[in-house]
Design a protein around this ligand. Structure first.
Ligand code: GLY
Length: 578
């Protein structure tokens, strides 16, 4: 196995890859935080600099992200987290996914399919605050109230609107007109806040102060719960909010080359599909292929198609439906699937099943701290501004996560994904997700933390980025930048980023692919730890407003200085690049 250190220093010389953008990876000596919400990165960075651990930092960033990108995550949504605890080497996952209200029925949405994507009936019971609280109870080392401070500061004092924020709100401003409270709090007289605008969200600041004081139950009981029920015409009742519970779940585990993959189990499809695809691809020497060539794209796209066929047939909330996880991630199944690959044409469908949208309401945070604790959080309100409903007087934008359920084999959700009865609406059930927060271990310690926003495209984004590091030895930034593609079985199209050259497109078309171009696919947020150099690296995705925030507590490296390096002691002078 080639050494990770080579990946980090010399990758640009080793492989020819297609690049969406070109930047150097960010380095740090004492930790790394990478997020798709750049303006929120400082929150967690400050926590790490003040001695907090990775989980503290991720919680602070998660709350700040809901303020800075209120269109992509926040208090009215949910989250998944994958955590590695360095003190005992354990790995676990937290499911704070939104759930269907008690009165929700499949029949209602079959009769009223439009109501599942926006408005009161699209709202599932939020879990984000309880999720953050549960993480803090189990792993937190700093006071809860301190972790809310950065978000409160941003909401009450305001922050400068940058180009990403401006463009996103501009795209949906027209649609916000039907929701006066969202229009009032998120636009300037119905228009996107202009560049440089100081965006203050005073109601949201007040709600965050309430959460700071009341903790776990702040949104579940009391005046805010009443307001949420009212804003949804009781589609989400106070009882639904009071009964919401997070769940700790065993992670999905896989191995790929010399690495161990720790990822999110159902109700996400992300971890299982990621491991399924890596199992199949482990039979090929990807590193010897030409990155971005038609042969490479065809092999990966065929693998994606087979995995997404399983997603459509087999996946739902495992508390309600017996998802055959063990069979799907077994090497025996990978053998069967790998045999279906046709180098000269398309994988044949096992059975027939039935447009990825241009907006998205998900964010990701990857953190590793100096002690080797790691956390990947992906949080969501589903599509931009979720249900489009803001709870009056609270600044809380409510999710439209009900749309991640399947309401019929021919009725695709906002991400173009279809499903079976496994993912049908039922009271208290969690809708199927594609979020893939993932930690990669080597010799039991985290060497990569990764995840992405963007619905079904998340899973294939994470897959390609990991392969870019493990098989192609790209550095963290180059792995994130490299042009991506996506196939999800149905619709039967290969989505590619614009960088793919005409010859590759023509060869893919000759292999039977219908091509569609997307300006961006996903946003991989990659934090890397190199145990040999005792260095942290960050690859933030320039496709979005992302940022890699390094932690350098000791500002100057002295030749004689040694630091504890997650299990080994190394001389820091060796580790600092010039
Ligand atoms: N709402 C996007 C997902 O959970 O996959």
């Amino acid at each position: 196995m080639k050494k990770l250190i080579l990946i980090l220093f010399a990758s640009a010389l080793l492989c020819e890859g297609i690049q969406a953008a070109s930047f150097e990876p960010v380095w740090g000596r004492d930790g790394m935080l990478v997020t798709s919400v750049g303006p929120a990165a400082w929150a967690g960075q400050q926590v790490l600099e003040n001695g907090g651990n990775a989980v503290d930092a991720a919680i602070a960033t998660a709350f700040a992200a809901g303020v800075a990108h209120p269109f992509s995550s926040g208090l009215g949504g949910g989250m998944f987290a994958v955590v590695h605890d360095a003190s005992d080497g354990s790995n676990t996952t937290l499911d704070a996914r939104e759930t269907a209200p008690a009165a929700a029925t499949a029949e209602f949405y079959v009769k009223n399919p439009d109501s599942i994507r926006s408005g009161a009936r699209s709202v599932a019971v939020p879990g984000l605050v309880q999720g953050a609280w549960a993480l803090h109870q189990k792993y937190g080392s700093m006071p809860w109230k301190d972790l809310l401070e950065p978000a409160i500061k941003m909401a009450s004092e305001g922050y400068r609107v940058e180009i990403w924020h401006h463009n996103v709100v501009k795209r949906v401003a027209e649609r916000l007109k039907e929701n006066p409270e969202t229009q009032r709090t998120q636009t300037v007289d119905g228009m996107a806040p202009p560049l440089g605008w100081n965006h203050v969200q005073e109601d949201l600041a007040e709600t965050l102060r309430w959460i700071q004081k009341k903790g776990e139950k702040a949104l579940a009981v009391g005046p805010i719960a009443e307001k949420i029920a009212k804003a949804t015409d009781n589609a989400v009742t106070e009882l639904d909010l009071a009964r919401y519970k997070v769940k700790w779940r065993e992670p999905i585990r896989g191995s790929y080359r010399d690495y161990e993959i720790i990822s999110m189990p159902p109700p996400s499809s992300g971890g299982v599909l990621l491991v399924q695809m890596l199992n199949i691809l482990s039979r090929h020497d990807l590193g010897s292929m030409n990155h971005g060539s038609s042969e490479y794209v065809h092999l990966l796209a065929s693998t994606m198609k087979m995995a997404f066929e399983d997603r459509a047939e087999n996946f739902g909330d495992s508390d309600f439906y017996d998802v055959p996880v063990e069979r799907l991630i077994s090497m025996k199944y990978a053998d069967q699937q790998a045999a279906r690959f046709n180098p000269n044409g398309q994988v044949k469908a096992r059975a027939d099943h039935p447009q990825v949208p241009d907006d998205d309401g998900t964010t990701h945070i990857s953190v590793i701290d100096k002690n080797g604790n790691a956390i990947a959080i992906t949080q969501t309100i589903n599509t931009l501004f979720g249900s489009k409903i803001t709870v009056p007087g609270t600044g809380i934008v409510l999710n439209n996560e009900m749309d991640d359920f399947s309401i019929g084999p021919e009725l695709a959700n906002a991400w173009g994904a279809t499903g079976s009865m496994a993912n049908a609406v039922a009271p208290g059930k969690r809708p199927l997700s594609s979020m893939t927060p993932t930690i990669v271990l080597r010799d039991g310690s985290p060497v990569m933390v990764i995840g992405s926003p963007m619905g079904t495209l998340i899973i294939t984004t994470v897959l390609q980025t990991l392969i870019n590091v493990i098989d192609f030895e790209f550095d963290a930034q180059r792995a994130v930048n490299a042009a991506r593609f996506h196939h999800q079985w149905k619709p039967d199209r290969l989505t590619i980023e614009p960088e793919f050259p005409i010859e590759v497109r023509e060869r893919l078309q000759a292999l039977g692919y219908e091509l569609r171009e997307f300006s961006i696919i996903g946003a991989a947020e990659l934090a890397v730890f190199d145990p040999e150099a005792c260095m942290f690296w960050g690859g933030a995705d320039g496709r979005r407003d992302s940022k890699a925030a390094p932690v350098n507590i000791s500002k100057v490296a002295r030749p004689s200085e040694t630091v504890q390096c997650i299990g080994t002691r190394r001389n820091t002078a060796e580790a600092v690049p010039d």
